[in-house]
Design a binder for this molecule. Structure first.
Ligand SMILES: *Cc1c(COP(=O)(O)O)cnc(C)c1O
Length: 372
């Protein structure tokens, strides 16, 4: 068996220990003679699995008692709509900070659903390479919205805006449990699981109880109403059982490795190693500005990315990027192709990525720089 170092932005690598446990239990979970994939979600065997996953989220994220923890489907993208439909019910106005693709999509969805969207700050002026400083958000908004870690742009908030009585909503899809976070500062936190928690299929939602309304915006489907799922403990309909089972195992792995604090230490060590190399290289450079850099997603360019519109220069840039991605894959370092909006390469170094993986990447980059 030969495993690669997988730098995918999502779905992404999972801890090897967890995969091995899943494999060992595949045909017979806990003496039931069945795989968790085959079980009724209402069975005696499955019930403790979902209860344990919730208890572990509460423990690791120190979720206060007045918050519900939900396991939903539809990915982060469905939350763009659910947030708007369930919170945009008083003034119908919401404040969004625009920090890249995912924040823009969330704002566009709210607008599409009839919310009066105010883009109160944006980092568009510099290609979303930084997080704008918005210390305080005021106004008659039903909610304020931020994307806490920008997976594509490689940026991350180093502060939490003060919003007073305005519920703050944050998309933490690509940084959930990569660091401690003060849940009490937020109205809703949500994360698609496939970046840092589990395979694709489940979305973790943490919502303050007073925001769970039975009067969402008119026309809101039952399935898109938080109350439906909160009242049924995420069992209104069939939940993604197997994904929740893997999620539980990942959460125990996080606990064993020091919890959220342990993850932060591990992630800082990896990210520093990579950024230090990028900042000292005259061949590669990071695209995100210091002070806004993500510990999870690291986009980078080569010296051949000059911004020139010259056809020959653009062809050379593409040739080098393609060569990098191809040769890295041959060396067992996969999924390093950058997002087309940023160009170049991107290394996603989520919780499950090891320091050894990052060191192997940097060694490869040194060699590539010397040869090109
Ligand atoms: C991946 C991602 C999404 C979209 O998630 P889906 O589960 O594919 O809908 C939304 N927000 C952020 C920050 C992401 O990284």
């Amino acid at each position: 068996m030969s495993r690669v170092y997988n730098f995918s932005a999502g779905p992404s690598c999972l801890p090897e220990e967890v995969l091995k446990e899943c494999a060992a239990e595949m045909l017979d979970y806990n003496g039931t003679g069945q795989s968790v994939m085959e079980m009724s979600h209402r069975s005696k065997a499955f019930e403790p699995i979902i209860q344990d996953a919730e208890a572990m989220v509460r423990k690791l994220m120190k979720v206060p008692d007045n918050y519900k923890v939900l396991f939903l489907q539809g990915g982060g993208s469905t939350q763009f709509a659910m947030v708007a439909q369930n919170l945009g019910i008083h003034t119908g106005k919401a404040a969004y900070i625009e920090t890249g693709v995912w924040a823009k999509k969330a704002a566009a969805e709210a607008k599409h659903l009839g919310i009066d969207v105010d883009i109160i700050a944006s980092s568009k002026d510099k290609g979303y390479s930084y997080i704008p400083k918005v210390e305080k958000i005021e106004g008659d908004y039903d909610y304020a919205y931020i994307c806490f870690n920008n997976t594509i742009m490689g940026t991350h908030y180093e502060y939490i805006p003060e919003t007073g009585n305005i519920p703050l909503v944050a998309d933490i899809s690509s940084c959930v449990l990569s660091e401690p976070i003060d849940v009490s500062k937020f109205g809703i936190l949500y994360a698609g699981a496939q970046k840092n928690l589990a395979p694709a299929g489940v979305t973790l939602v943490i919502i303050r109880e007073d925001l769970i309304t039975d009067t969402p915006r008119p026309g809101t489907p039952t399935m898109l109403t938080y109350k439906t799922h909160a009242d049924a403990d995420s069992m209104y309909n069939t939940p993604p059982c197997y994904t929740i089972y893997v999620l539980g195992k990942v959460l125990h792995w996080i606990e064993k490795n020091g919890g959220a604090e342990g993850m932060l230490k591990r992630n800082q060590e990896k990210a520093e190693y990579l950024y230090n190399f990028l900042d000292s290289s005259d061949f590669f450079r990071a695209t995100a500005e210091k002070g806004s850099r993500s510990l999870m997603n690291v986009p980078f360019l080569t010296k051949y990315s000059t911004g020139s519109e010259d056809e020959a220069a653009k062809a050379k840039e593409k040739e080098i990027n393609d060569k990098f991605v191809k040769e890295a894959a041959a060396a067992g370092l996969v999924n390093l192709k950058g997002h087309r909006l940023v160009g170049g390469m991107r290394a996603s170094i989520y919780n499950a990525m090891t320091l050894d993986g990052v060191k192997a990447l940097v060694e490869f980059m040194k060699k590539f720089a010397a040869e090109n």
